[in-house]
Design a protein around this ligand. Sequence first.
Ligand code: FAD
Length: 287
Amino acid sequence: MDFLRPTTWAEALAAKADQPEAVPLQGGTDVMVEINFDVRRPPALLDLTRVAELREWTVTGGRCRIGAGVPYRVVVEELGGVLPGLAQAARTVGSPQIRNRGTVGGNLGAASPAGDSHPPLLAGEAVIEVESRERGVRMIPAAEFYLGVKRSALRPDELTRAVHAEAAAGPQYFSKVGTRNAMVIAVCSFAIALDPVRRRVGTGIGSAAPTPRRAEEAEDLLARELDWDARTLDPSLLKWFGRLCAEAAAPIDDVRGTAAYRLHAIDVMARRTLTWAWNDHIGRRAA
Ligand SMILES: Cc1cc2nc3c(=O)[nH]c(=O)nc-3n(C[C@H](O)[C@H](O)[C@H](O)COP(=O)(O)OP(=O)(O)OC[C@H]3O[C@@H](n4cnc5c(N)ncnc54)[C@H](O)[C@@H]3O)c2cc1C
């Protein structure tokens, strides 16, 4: 097995263009498990850990750019103020060791329906920056990135360079159901992002369909019906929102849970996270 070790982004793109079958390696918390268990034996590994710029993040004019190699630990410790939904999700990933190595870029590369980054990226309308040597940069909205179970819009000669998202304009929450509190793949998960300026509520559903996805009808419902000047949430609207979020899911029965349980849990998490976010919104308005 070849081991390619570029030190610059240009070298990484060149290596991927010349050897599209080379498997990128960032934290290795997915790739190395697959190799150790003989799930795959690629002809080459493309080690991206020496490409320093992938580990950088910036916030410019209210817009965050997170390099594909920024580990979850940094997301938790440094980005909680600007992207609280993503930071909450990062906090639930694996263990401290996994959060030290594992990255949002790797989560996107794996494109598992259960990946914890995906719901907050969807709710916050994130955009994925990918690049190839031959065709240059493509900016892919998160909602168009996930194509199927562990399949993404990334082409064989492309690498993910960064994730872009607006700094949170309002409260954001992430909720995850697992069989225990740590080191657990989500049975299902849900993210919400309130934007009181645009009067928009974003959603993201995890581990309850072949791909992570938004609950678009539920978002449309709140765009039409939510009274942003009210003090309390209308209970019937909350119930309707939960139901539409569950209807947006398409879960299966598997070892982690039944489809029926997942539908119920999405309904509960949708109502719960909207209530938390709304209460924060009211608190901030009063302050
Ligand atoms: C014990 C354990 C617990 C875990 N718990 C969780 C959990 O709670 N939640 C969760 O979501 N995940 C969990 N995972 C899975 C894993 O940690 C995450 O998916 C993590 O985000 C992967 O990041 P990484 O940098 O280690 O990726 P890697 O393993 O390096 O790569 C993952 C995939 O992305 C591709 N890739 C990496 N970087 C790029 C790039 N720049 N461009 C294109 N493709 C790229 C790789 O080729 C590979 O296909 C766990 C894993 C382990 C071993």
